[in-house]
Unconditional design. Structure first.
Length: 101
Protein backbone atom coordinates (compact mmCIF):
# COMPACT_ATOMS: atom_id res chain seq x y z
CA UNK A 1 0.00 0.00 0.00
CA UNK A 2 1.36 3.42 -0.93
CA UNK A 3 1.88 5.69 2.07
CA UNK A 4 0.23 9.04 1.27
CA UNK A 5 0.19 12.08 3.53
CA UNK A 6 -2.42 14.75 2.91
CA UNK A 7 -2.25 18.32 4.21
CA UNK A 8 -4.78 20.78 2.85
CA UNK A 9 -4.97 20.39 -0.90
CA UNK A 10 -1.46 18.87 -1.17
CA UNK A 11 -0.28 15.28 -0.90
CA UNK A 12 3.16 13.79 -0.42
CA UNK A 13 4.17 10.24 -1.20
CA UNK A 14 7.28 8.23 -1.98
CA UNK A 15 8.20 7.19 -5.51
CA UNK A 16 10.74 4.55 -6.48
CA UNK A 17 12.01 5.18 -10.02
CA UNK A 18 13.59 2.71 -12.42
CA UNK A 19 15.46 4.78 -15.02
CA UNK A 20 16.32 3.74 -18.58
CA UNK A 21 13.12 1.70 -19.03
CA UNK A 22 11.69 0.97 -22.47
CA UNK A 23 8.78 3.33 -21.70
CA UNK A 24 7.53 5.51 -18.85
CA UNK A 25 4.80 3.74 -16.89
CA UNK A 26 3.48 2.82 -13.46
CA UNK A 27 5.09 -0.44 -12.37
CA UNK A 28 3.16 -1.05 -9.14
CA UNK A 29 4.12 -0.60 -5.53
CA UNK A 30 7.53 -1.08 -3.93
CA UNK A 31 7.96 -0.98 -0.14
CA UNK A 32 5.23 1.63 0.42
CA UNK A 33 6.21 3.72 -2.60
CA UNK A 34 4.75 4.13 -6.08
CA UNK A 35 7.10 2.36 -8.49
CA UNK A 36 7.53 4.16 -11.81
CA UNK A 37 9.63 3.05 -14.77
CA UNK A 38 11.19 6.10 -16.47
CA UNK A 39 12.38 6.04 -20.07
CA UNK A 40 14.92 8.82 -19.47
CA UNK A 41 18.41 8.28 -18.13
CA UNK A 42 19.28 9.79 -14.75
CA UNK A 43 21.54 12.42 -16.33
CA UNK A 44 21.25 16.18 -15.72
CA UNK A 45 17.84 15.80 -14.08
CA UNK A 46 16.22 14.24 -17.17
CA UNK A 47 14.62 11.39 -15.20
CA UNK A 48 13.22 13.82 -12.62
CA UNK A 49 11.74 16.00 -15.36
CA UNK A 50 10.20 12.94 -17.03
CA UNK A 51 8.70 11.84 -13.69
CA UNK A 52 7.16 15.29 -13.13
CA UNK A 53 5.83 15.42 -16.69
CA UNK A 54 4.35 11.91 -16.34
CA UNK A 55 2.66 12.54 -12.97
CA UNK A 56 1.35 15.90 -14.22
CA UNK A 57 -0.37 14.20 -17.14
CA UNK A 58 -1.78 11.31 -15.08
CA UNK A 59 -3.14 13.49 -12.28
CA UNK A 60 -4.21 16.45 -14.45
CA UNK A 61 -2.21 19.03 -12.51
CA UNK A 62 0.27 21.64 -13.68
CA UNK A 63 3.92 20.66 -13.71
CA UNK A 64 4.61 23.61 -11.43
CA UNK A 65 2.37 21.97 -8.78
CA UNK A 66 4.68 18.94 -8.55
CA UNK A 67 7.97 18.99 -6.69
CA UNK A 68 10.57 16.51 -5.56
CA UNK A 69 10.95 17.30 -1.88
CA UNK A 70 13.72 14.78 -1.17
CA UNK A 71 15.84 12.32 -3.10
CA UNK A 72 16.42 14.31 -6.29
CA UNK A 73 19.58 12.29 -7.00
CA UNK A 74 18.26 8.99 -5.63
CA UNK A 75 15.99 6.27 -6.98
CA UNK A 76 13.77 6.79 -3.92
CA UNK A 77 12.09 10.20 -3.96
CA UNK A 78 9.56 12.09 -1.90
CA UNK A 79 7.10 13.86 -4.18
CA UNK A 80 4.73 16.67 -3.19
CA UNK A 81 1.77 17.58 -5.36
CA UNK A 82 -0.19 20.77 -4.73
CA UNK A 83 -3.75 21.64 -5.78
CA UNK A 84 -5.14 18.11 -5.92
CA UNK A 85 -8.18 19.07 -3.88
CA UNK A 86 -10.26 16.82 -1.68
CA UNK A 87 -9.87 13.83 -3.97
CA UNK A 88 -6.07 14.03 -3.96
CA UNK A 89 -5.44 10.80 -2.08
CA UNK A 90 -7.88 8.82 -4.19
CA UNK A 91 -6.31 10.20 -7.39
CA UNK A 92 -2.87 9.02 -6.29
CA UNK A 93 -4.07 5.61 -5.12
CA UNK A 94 -5.92 5.15 -8.41
CA UNK A 95 -2.53 5.27 -10.16
CA UNK A 96 -1.69 1.85 -8.81
CA UNK A 97 -5.20 0.41 -8.64
CA UNK A 98 -7.63 1.98 -11.16
CA UNK A 99 -10.58 0.18 -9.52
CA UNK A 100 -10.32 2.56 -6.51
CA UNK A 101 -10.95 5.66 -8.67
Amino acid sequence: MIEINEKGDAVTFRVRVVPRASKTEIAGEFDGALKVRIASAPVDGAANEELIRFLSKLLSVARSDIGIVAGATSKSKLVRIENLGASGVSKVTSLIDPKTA
